[in-house]
Design a protein around this ligand. Structure first.
Ligand SMILES: Nc1nc2c(c(=O)[nH]1)N[C@H]1C(S)=C(S)[C@@H](COP(=O)(O)OP(=O)(O)OC[C@H]3O[C@@H](n4cnc5c(=O)[nH]c(N)nc54)[C@H](O)[C@@H]3O)O[C@H]1N2
Ligand SMILES: Nc1nc2c(c(=O)[nH]1)N[C@H]1C(S)=C(S)[C@@H](COP(=O)(O)OP(=O)(O)OC[C@H]3O[C@@H](n4cnc5c(=O)[nH]c(N)nc54)[C@H](O)[C@@H]3O)O[C@H]1N2
Ligand code: SF4
Ligand SMILES: [Mo]
Length: 704
């Protein structure tokens, strides 16, 4: 069977799988190559939106550095292997390590694109189960874990995440999110610039709180600086005002909500006056914002990674939900609502399940969540000798050396692992440590249905994307790799992603099918989100828990920071429109222009430290140091510095094609694995204490 590898000329439609916005794309193919990519105006969700990454999606397909056949490393030399040989070898080595050191000695890390590829999403789990290891990690504990934690505690399931109904709201209070750079997260709402503009055009208001006056501030009526990691105090003060001034109005949901009195009592000590100094937001502003949110006809408060990748992530996510609840905005049009996807991951979910603290990491006793341990524990679990020490590593669609805390330590730990395999199409800072790389077909070669992001979408739609480019005989899809390994490890075969999709669609709330979705090449539209409580709740009581005991028990920890001394400088991250975590830096068209891996700092801090713009500076935290150029800006709050994550490709000589021009340094060489949201186990990458000093002359930036 030798299929032609060139698709016929014509126009193809599919959803972009690069980020959560899942935009519909219209691709023109001529002479076997994609010659034009634009937003699909007929996609009911994205309505023609596209960003610079989607526009160059075909560059990943044609990237000469993309791997297509298995590689095995011997020292520094990589040689190609056949697929059967590679899968046999990997399965045998994994079993060998497990036989010698126990099943948990093999750790698995799943990265972000695992959820952007339905083949991967629907098959990786079967492989991981066949390993029978409890040592499971993912990017979740470096990201949205607190959202899941709060949802599980309050509504009964980690995936019951309330989504801002941005298209119908009149008041949008946003914290710790920069959708104009990120294109929205846990809010699949492509074209947020236009959607926010529409809020304002219908007489509504958009307010943003962020330690940096970001790209999204331009789309807001107001922006206020807030000190990193102090949002929970601000949110409690909003609640305090709402209760104190009798503005709370739970409405219909009061009938099935518990804990409102406890919530009121919890907020009582946190007056605006008391939290003003710690948050950097003055009391009058806090009061006014509370009244505005409570008074809005249709209002919503939304906080994303800035509020979860911090020391009080769990409290923040609880309080955001609580605020939407007490202002009557939960499960109401224009507030925070729940989508109902055609493939509903909650369809078979059980009521009253427990999702956290069921087991703990060996070295530090950090809590599991939903069967995974915090990535902050990963390096030490490899490095600390004794029974249960990690000895082998499997990475799936991830780059933890760049994306998880103290990447340097993890890198070192992996160098001495007994075995490592990476299921990944690139040789990068992490996969270079693997002995075997199994590279799957990606993007335009794959079939994709967004199993996850329709759960976060501001409108109920569905769309199946068929592959545009056929794969060569010696290429494999993720699901074939996982099935191949699973079969070798356990003798079992799972059903194919297609069969799973078909089943999920058939039994889902839309009773649809792949054929029906295919008949709608621009996507099927099921309309805006609809109220769904109490039916959709999965708590044992069938009621909302407004004041979970674990949250209340975490308040004394927050209380302590009220009067704590603030470090002179703290570090936050920064997403950039033209990059995607660590992995699209190999696309030349995205990497044009000046070095973007700069340390932003305010003029006041620069003057105090004697730093000039463009000068090379050393940034140091408890765990490490990096050297990058300084970028002085009035968009940053004094006392806060910012570095983007996902850079650092120069590590130990990895030369990913063009990426070297933008190799940069890794933010996570500074992130401290001991600085955590102690409640949820999520890393606190925001607010890490650092020192900064000039190391070179103006214009002299360090070559990393
Ligand atoms: N300090 C700090 N650290 C952060 C963040 C931050 O804001 N600040 N953000 C965090 C967040 S939100 C995330 S999600 C993580 C991301 O961190 P990771 O998920 O660890 O890393 P990515 O950079 O997304 O790397 C994705 C990898 O998947 C591979 N890949 C791409 N497509 C496919 C595919 O279809 N199949 C397979 N098998 N592989 C594929 C790519 O080659 C790449 O190696 O980083 C986290 N780290
Ligand atoms: N172009 C691009 N798009 C992406 C990604 C990418 O790497 N590039 N990554 C994707 C992924 S994996 C994710 S998870 C999403 C994330 O999507 P978003 O959550 O929108 O991500 P960010 O742009 O990092 O926005 C976080 C904001 O929080 C602010 N912040 C930091 N610390 C604090 C704090 O303590 N308090 C407050 N109030 N604010 C704080 C930061 O200044 C920043 O503006 O983006 C996705 N989209
Ligand atoms: S916003 Fe996200 S989904 Fe849309 S085109 Fe850009 S990368 Fe793709
Ligand atoms: Mo993420």
């Amino acid at each position: 069977m030798t299929a032609s590898l060139t698709p016929t000329d014509g126009t193809y439609f599919r959803a972009c799988n690069l980020c959560e916005a899942i935009c519909g794309l219209q691709l023109t193919v001529r002479g076997g190559a994609v010659v034009d990519v634009r937003g699909d105006p007929d996609d009911p969700l994205s309505r023609g939106h596209i960003c610079p990454k989607g526009a160059v999606i075909a560059d990943i397909h044609t990237d000469p550095d993309r791997l297509k056949r298995p590689l095995r490393r011997d020292g520094e030399t990589w040689t190609e292997l056949g697929w059967d040989e590679a899968l046999d070898y990997v399965a045998a080595r994994l079993r060998e390590v497990q036989a010698k050191h126990g099943p948990d000695s093999v750790a698995v890390y799943q990265g972000n694109p695992s959820v952007h590829n339905s083949g991967t999403l629907l098959s990786a789990g079967g492989f991981v189960r066949s390993l029978g290891s409890r040592s499971r990690y993912s990017a979740t504990s470096m990201d949205q874990l607190p959202h899941h934690f709060a949802a599980a505690e309050m509504f009964g399931h980690p995936l019951l995440l309330p989504i801002p109904d941005v298209d119908r709201t009149d008041y949008f209070l946003m914290l710790g999110a920069n959708p104009l750079a990120s294109n929205g997260s846990i809010m699949t709402a492509p074209g947020m610039a236009g959607r926010l503009k529409a809020v304002r055009a219908r007489g509504g208001k958009v307010v943003l709180l962020d330690p940096r006056r970001t790209e999204s501030a331009a789309a807001a009526d107001e922006h206020h600086f807030i000190r990193p990691g102090r949002d929970a105090l601000f949110l409690l003060a909003l609640l305090n005002v709402i209760f104190a001034e009798d503005l709370a109005e739970v409405g219909r949901l009061a009938e099935f909500t518990d804990g409102l009195d406890e919530l009121r009592a919890a907020a009582e000590p946190f007056t605006p006056q008391r939290v003003a100094a710690a948050t950097g937001v003055d009391a009058a502003t806090i009061q006014r914002l509370a009244r505005e949110l409570a008074g809005a006809e249709r209002g919503v408060i939304y906080g994303r990674i800035g509020l979860s990748l911090q020391a009080f992530g769990g409290l923040c996510q609880w309080l955001l939900n609580a605020l939407n609840l007490v202002t009557g905005n939960l499960d109401r049009e224009g507030g925070a609502m729940w989508p109902l996807p055609a493939f509903d991951l909650l369809g078979r979910a059980k009521k009253g399940q427990s999702y956290h603290h069921r087991f703990f990491s060996r070295v530090r006793g950090l809590p599991e969540f939903d069967g995974e341990l915090p990535v902050a524990a990963l390096a030490e679990e490899f490095q600390t000798q004794g029974e249960g020490q990690l000895k082998a590593f499997v990475t799936i669609a991830g780059n933890p050396v760049l994306s998880t805390p103290n990447g340097e330590a993890l890198d070192e730990a992996l160098a001495s692992a007994e075995f490592m395999v990476s299921i990944d199409p690139y040789l990068n800072a992490t996969t270079r440590r693997a002995e075997v790389i199994l590279p799957p077909a990606v993007g335009l070669e794959t079939q994709h249905y967004d199993v996850v992001f329709h759960h976060f979408a501001v409108r109920n739609t569905a769309r199946i994307s068929d592959p545009i480019f056929p794969i060569a005989e010696d290429q494999r899809f993720d699901y074939q790799i996982f099935e191949g390994l699973r079969q070798r490890l356990s003798g079992e075969m799972g059903s194919s992603p297609d069969e799973r999709l078909e089943l999920g669609l058939k039994h889902g709330p839309r009773r649809t099918s792949l054929a029906e979705l295919r008949a709608a090449p621009h996507g099927s539209d099921y309309g805006p989100m609809q109220p769904c409580l109490p039916d959709r709740l999965l708590t044992a009581s069938g009621r909302i828990n407004a004041a979970p005991a674990v949250m209340l028990a975490d308040l004394p920890r927050l209380e302590k920071v009220l009067n704590a001394q603030v470090p002179e400088l703290v570090l936050i991250g920064r997403r950039q429109l033209r990059s995607n975590n660590s992995w699209m830096h190999n696309v030349p068209r995205l990497m044009r222009g000046a070095n973007r891996c700069t340390l932003m700092l305010s003029g006041a801090d620069a003057a105090r430290l004697g730093i000039t713009d463009g000068q090379s500076v050393e940034v140091r935290s408890r765990v490490g140091a990096v050297t990058v150029p300084a970028e002085i800006t009035d968009t940053l709050m004094a006392g806060v510095v910012s570095l983007p994550h996902g850079f650092g490709h120069g590590k130990a000589g990895v030369r990913l094609g063009v990426a070297i021009a933008h190799a940069g340094a890794s933010l996570n060489d500074l992130t401290d694995p001991e600085y955590l949201d102690e409640l949820t186990g999520n890393t606190a990458a925001s607010g890490v204490a650092v020192t900064v000093k000039a190391t070179g002359a103006v214009g002299e930036s360090a070559a990393d």
